[in-house]
Design a protein around this ligand. Structure first.
Ligand code: AHM
Ligand code: MG
Length: 340
């Protein structure tokens, strides 16, 4: 008999079966995230109708109160995760500190850090955006609310991570440390179907992604790297193609499939930008776990992203991520080992 389609749910259950001590908690948790992804996807697809149905803060033609999509997405994630009872705390780009589990819900053994809708400034232009998530096991004793110690773990401790991308189709890409799998949402069945099995990023890509408008704020190493990437040396595959969407999940996803490098280095635009713009806990770490599992690399220019010991939930970090050879070369430039 021909193979039947593999749904995300079945895949998660089969992955969990590989671990003899598994309790099913993990399956429930990833299923909750997928559900939130479907709800957010549905609302993102309606975003173009916002002028017709009512702007955020207003009332739509059905008399419903509208809210900004990133606020909506945050609520969808929090609600889906709280109901599942697998978490002891959460952290989100949309919330200042730890999001506790309300006292009338069970307290679980996991932590989830997420960016509910990354790139949301692009929504009105129909550009792909995404939800990014990172899961840790708690380090403090079970049964009590989670603390900073549970949240502020290095990315190496992640037990699962991934993203949902809302693009020409909606996809969920995730890893639990045994490869990277991509599932495409079939809107007619409302199911995520396995479409990308054991994804591997090419060792070397043809694309670099960086916001070049910041060139005057960059350190010399970054300037030298970009100059190298643009130099015409056909026998070496250069110049690399420049592709920058300005939506992290979209830029990352393209590079994961086709190979390439994404850079958001620290710069001198303002004191806070010295450490880059992107957030360690719910942007850099989860994508670093995915890319390493796909055979690529993620670095802050000097060390692997996942080796960084976090000190703050919203900590920013320079991010250089993508194909292994490209990240190695960029690091050499940033560290001053190469000038051209
Ligand atoms: P956001 O979390 O406020 O949406 O900002 C993150 C986004 C990323 O998706 C993207 O890579 C980056 O900001 C683009 O920044 P810039 O416009 O400075 O290039
Ligand atoms: Mg973001």
């Amino acid at each position: 008999m021909a193979n039947f389609v593999q749904t995300l749910n079945r895949h998660i259950i089969e992955q969990e079966r590989l671990h003899p001590k598994a309790t099913g908690a993990f399956t429930a948790l990833l299923t909750d995230i997928a559900l939130a992804g479907k709800i957010i996807s549905y609302h993102v697809n309606k975003a173009g109708l916002v002028d017709i149905l009512g702007k955020s803060g207003g009332v739509n033609i059905y008399g419903e109160k509208q809210e900004k999509l990133d606020v909506f997405a945050n609520r969808a994630m929090v609600r889906a995760l709280v109901h599942g009872g697998q978490l002891c705390a959460m952290a989100s780009e949309e919330a200042d500190g730890i999001i506790p589990i309300p006292s009338d819900y069970p307290i679980g053994r996991y932590i989830c850090c997420f960016d509910p809708l990354d790139g949301s400034s692009n929504i009105e232009a129909n550009v792909s955006i995404g939800t990014i998530f990172s899961i840790f096991k708690r380090v403090t004793p079970d049964g009590k609310p989670g603390t900073d110690a549970d949240i502020l773990q290095p990315g190496r401790n992640q037990v699962a991570a991934g993203y949902v991308i809302y693009g020409s189709s909606t996809m969920m890409v995730y890893t639990t440390g045994s490869g990277v799998y991509g599932f495409t949402l079939d809107p007619s069945y409302g199911e995520f179907i396995l479409s990308h099995e054991n994804l591997k990023i090419p060792k070397k890509g043809k694309t670099y992604s960086i916001n070049e408008s910041y060139i005057d704020y960059w350190d010399e190493g970054v300037v030298n790297y970009v100059r190298w990437a643009k130099k015409a040396v056909p026998e070496d595959g250069r110049p690399l193609n420049s592709r920058y969407i300005g939506s992290l999940v979209a830029d990352f996803h393209r590079n994961l499939l086709y190979g390439g490098i994404f850079l958001y280095p620290g710069d001198n635009k303002s004191p806070s930008r010295k450490q880059g713009k992107l957030r360690l806990m719910y942007e850099a770490n989860p994508l670093a776990f995915v890319v390493e599992q796909a055979g690529g690399r993620a670095s802050d220019g000097y060390r692997p992203i996942m080796d960084i010991k976090p000190t703050d939930v919203h900590q920013q970090v320079p991010l250089i991520i993508g194909s292994e050879e490209d990240v190695n070369i960029a690091e050499d430039f940033i560290q001053g080992k190469r000038k051209e």
